[in-house]
Write a protein that binds this ligand. Structure first.
Ligand SMILES: Nc1ncnc2c1ncn2[C@@H]1O[C@H](COP(=O)(O)OP(=O)(O)O)[C@@H](O)[C@H]1O
Ligand SMILES: [Mg+2]
Ligand SMILES: [Zn+2]
Length: 511
């Protein structure tokens, strides 16, 4: 008898249905898996035989053929252990599984018959719902993750025996119910706060704009000026994640297999700070079994690259496509895979090798050539893709001494959230979330300027020798500044502030 079981495969961060067909027939005893399986899938039969044996099911000597369809897509991992095992039991007629066509199975088997957690369960559950599958049988440790999707029943399973007893009605599994809102409402203790940073009001203002509009920024300043300290506090003022954004972020972390069990949904914007020794593949994603890289793990959050020029040249350049497209395409044998990566890049750097070029209090000991060489590690195209260039001067003694407390992160975040809400309303039907994501089409629609504003921008453009890309970036930043100001129109003061953040190329790169 042939039995057909639904399971799933991953294409990027989206799931698709894989049907597992099992035929237990007469003929030479064998156990074959066909349909482009990888090694982990091929090894499945050993785990399944052992797991069934330890569940007191002895496989009669028969000809077992397992087909994973669609056959043209490569199947990865051990996720098919459970559906294949169920298919085998069903095709032998040992248990009658009701409503198989409305159920999905996934999970890795241990030799003892226990079910182990797997990657990508959230996309699997989303795919099940889309395809009208009502019951999803998942490893117990992945159950909360699957339960984020409403409208399906999620059955947490400890072992293959659990599933059998459920269908024989000897011990029915209760579907798990999770209230998504509970994770969003959990209050948090902040580890650090902007109020600890003395002075630097202009830098804090720039970071507030960056957070409000999701803009990339470059922090440049001498050692000890507080670049790392300021960047580390950015997460404390990032706008709250919407449910839609949270599900997208969670999908990526689920596919990467790094979703913590206690937090089945990610409700805080990610803050990723990979070290400068990180490999290019770890940054952009890919590998022989493709995985999302740091740029995708930072989706809807922050990718913080401290000591930016210290990263490999190749790693810096690999950021160009993701920064431009908000997606990253990684190639693999015979095909490509695309992951979303709408991240905010925060790059921090010293202006030169010794660190003190341009510092008002220290002399720079580098030669002209050394300074140029250091700065040239950040290429023009990369620099061009950064909305805000922020110079940090060391804090003044008076500011450090100052007793009065500076504004807390909570206060700043209120304004950031208000500006982000304006953007959410604006882009409701555009499929984007923030000003930084605007394409030329959106800029035309939402960044109309009056005569005076146009003139100001024209003069600045000619005087500063800005590129066309810089022009668009100034408009996006000006839109965010106007949103923080609760102004429908972009006014001259918004434009002139936005222009200030494009000055560094001239001071450092184009001297
Ligand atoms: N504005 C400031 N207010 C309070 N402390 C500061 C400030 N700027 C720098 N510091 C102190 O100096 C230390 C070094 O700053 P850091 O962020 O590591 O500098 P950078 O990354 O620019 O080299 C910080 O850990 C902090 O203790
Ligand atoms: Mg630092
Ligand atoms: Zn120097």
């Amino acid at each position: 008898m042939i039995s057909i079981i639904n399971s799933f495969g991953l294409d990027g961060i989206n799931g698709y249905i894989v049907t597992v067909e099992v035929d237990a027939g007469n003929g030479m005893p064998m156990f074959e898996i066909v349909g482009l399986p990888d090694i982990a899938v091929k090894e499945s039969r050993q785990r399944i035989k052992s797991a069934l044996k330890n569940t007191k099911i002895d496989l009669p000597a028969k000809k077992y053929v397992v087909n994973l369809a669609p056959a043209d897509l490569k199947k990865e991992g051990a996720v098919y252990d459970v559906p294949i095992a169920i298919g085998v039991i069903s095709s032998l007629g040992l248990v009658s599984f009701e409503n198989l066509s409305e159920s999905m199975f996934l999970g890795e088997l241990s030799l003892t018959g226990e079910i182990r957690k797997v990657k990508g369960v959230l996309p699997a559950a989303i795919c099940a719902k889309k395809q009208g599958i009502k019951n999803v049988f998942v490893p117990k440790d992945n159950a909360a993750e699957a339960a984020m999707v409403d409208g399906i029943s999620v059955f947490p399973c400890n072992s293959i025996k659990d599933i059998i007893l459920h269908f024989t009605k000897e011990n029915v599994i209760t579907p798990i119910e999770v209230d998504v809102k509970q994770y969003f409402n959990a209050s948090e203790e902040l580890e650090c706060d902007f109020s600890e940073v003395k002075g630097q009001e202009n830098v804090k203002r720039a970071l507030e704009i960056a957070a409000a509009g999701g803009h990339n920024c470059l922090l440049i300043g001498s050692p000890g000026s507080g670049k790392t300290m300021l960047a580390k506090r950015l997460p404390t003022i990032l706008p709250d994640l919407t449910l839609e954004e949270a599900l997208e972020v969670t999908k990526i972390h689920s596919v990467a297999g790094i979703l913590p069990q206690q937090t089945p949904i990610i409700t805080k914007r990610p803050f990723r700070s990979p070290h400068h020794t990180t490999s290019t593949v770890a940054l952009s994603g890919g590998g022989s079994v493709p995985k999302p890289g740091e740029v995708s793990l930072a989706h809807h959050g922050v990718l913080f690259l401290d000591e930016f020029p210290e990263y490999k040249k190749e790693a810096i350049e690999v950021l160009r496509q993701p920064l431009e497209d908000c997606t990253v395409t990684v190639s693999r044998v015979q095909s490509t895979m695309t992951y979303p990566c709408n991240f905010m890049l925060i790059a921090a750097m010293n202006p030169c090798k010794c660190g003190y070029y341009g510092d008002p209090n220290h002399e720079c000991t580098c030669t002209e050539h050394q300074i140029n060489q250091y700065l040239s590690r950040i290429s023009g195209p990369v620099l061009d893709r950064i909305d805000l260039h922020i110079e940090i001067n060391p804090v003044q003694y008076d500011d450090l001494e100052e007793k009065s407390v500076s504004e807390s992160s909570k206060e700043i975040k209120k304004r950031v959230n208000a500006a982000r809400e304006i953007q959410q309303r604006r882009f409701k039907s555009d499929g984007i979330f923030s000003n930084s994501q605007m394409t030329t089409k959106h800029i035309k629609k939402y960044c109309n300027l009056g005569t005076q504003e146009n003139l100001l921008l024209k003069v600045a453009f000619e005087k500063l020798g800005l590129s066309a890309r810089a022009y668009d970036r100034i408009l996006k930043v000006a839109r965010t500044i106007a949103d923080l100001d609760k102004s429908d129109d972009i006014k001259t003061k918004h434009i002139s502030e936005a222009i200030q953040y494009r000055n560094l190329d001239r001071k450092y790169w184009n001297r």
